[in-house]
Design a protein around this ligand. Structure first.
Ligand code: FES
Ligand SMILES: [Fe+2]
Length: 362
């Protein structure tokens, strides 16, 4: 496996070589180099808001199946803990619910909701016990817009990651977003996870791939911004299309904004519309298969705009083109491409972040 250089000057840069998307080694390396140090969505904050709640989950499902547990203690403090017993490794909590402590169903070891060791039968004669190692490991966790996130070993702070969204859209009633299950859906895409992200990161393809979306936004006014660990695309509404009612202190005041598309490196999208949020989670399954979870949230007293149904149409159009690229990369003729300097800024930004992390782990 070789280091992959993405020139910082987009006019000189080449896109990643096909090897990155097709080789098992790069796919495997991305687990530790990219995802283990990333922030991932866990659940909605209100799932954890009652005192003495436990909520088991795996960090990134089958791709990075670290068994974890969210716990909220009597005082209402939420933590992210290991869900593996420090005796012989059994999973501690199998089901979400109320619990006064965390107890192991194998030999009865108990932990407090902060993860500290509490008791263990038949260990009276064990020397040098308990120690720090008998407590459950704790992990970083934080929340934004009613969404709880965690990280195994963050490469950057939650604040650094999320701040651009807060700065731009903090004026919206983000804490009042409500999940709408009937408008949420999972998709399985037969393509590498990064190809899915590459496609998301540019509006260049909109006139070619998304006729309905192209009728709703002004292609010539679409714009891009990059931040340390996130980037943004902004779509401008055509006359007659819904747009945000912006406050005077918004940097976009005076524009008719159709949508803010935030990409949260490496695999999360926060798409804000006047009606609410479409949260997209891109979860690798194999190097040729990805699950994309679309979760819909609406602002209070806003009827879900019929435009939300168009998200499904747009998604299927995107899937078709991404799956076609996956097939194209199996050939030998194509190895690397070039970037459109004004349209593929965010794709280039993503690749720079990605290979900074991957190259450091080779
Ligand atoms: S594995 Fe948990 S008490 Fe033995
Ligand atoms: Fe698209």
């Amino acid at each position: 496996m070789k280091a992959i250089h993405i020139d910082p000057d987009i006019r000189k840069a080449q896109t990643p070589p096909t090897d990155f998307y097709t080789s098992a080694e790069y796919f495997q390396t991305s687990k530790s180099a990219v995802f283990a140090s990333s922030w991932q969505y866990v659940c909605d904050v209100n799932t954890l808001s009652a005192p003495q709640t436990v909520y088991p989950f795996e960090f990134l499902d089958s791709f990075l199946p670290e068994p974890l547990l969210m716990s909220t203690d009597q005082q209402g403090q939420t933590r992210c803990l290991s869900n593996v017993c420090t005796h012989r490794g059994k999973i501690l909590v199998e089901q979400a619910g109320k619990s006064r402590q965390i107890s192991c169903g194998y030999h009865g070891r108990c932990f407090r909701l902060d993860g500290s060791f509490k008791s263990m039968p038949c260990f009276e004669q064990v020397e040098d016990f308990p120690t720090e190692k008998d407590n459950l490991q704790t992990y970083s966790t934080d929340h934004f817009a009613g969404l709880q996130f965690c990280s195994l070993n963050p490469a950057f702070s939650f604040k650094e990651w999320i701040q651009p969204v807060q700065d731009r859209l903090g004026w919206l009633p983000l804490d009042q977003l409500k999940f709408v299950e009937s408008a949420s859906k999972d998709y399985e895409v037969q393509a590498h996870w990064a190809l899915y992200c590459d496609n998301y990161l540019e509006g260049f393809h909109i006139p070619f791939v998304h006729p309905a979306l192209n009728n709703a936004i002004e292609f010539d006014e679409y714009f891009y911004e990059t931040f340390p660990f996130a980037n943004l695309q902004v779509g401008i509404a055509k006359e007659g299309e819904p747009a945000f009612d912006l406050p005077r202190d918004s940097p976009d005041y005076g524009k008719r904004i159709y949508a803010y598309y935030f990409f949260m490196y490496p695999n999360i999208m926060l798409n804000f519309y006047p009606w609410g949020l479409s949260l997209n989670l891109v979860k690798p399954i194999s190097k040729e298969k990805t699950r994309v979870e679309f979760k819909t949230y609406v602002f209070p007293e806003v009827a879900l705009d019929p435009a939300n149904h168009a998200l499904d149409e747009t998604e299927l159009e995107d899937e078709a083109v991404v799956e076609s690229v996956q097939k194209g990369l199996k050939g030998t003729a194509y190895t690397r491409g070039r970037y459109a300097p004004e349209m593929e800024i965010n794709v280039h930004h993503f690749h720079r972040l990605l290979f900074d992390q991957i190259n450091q782990n080779l």
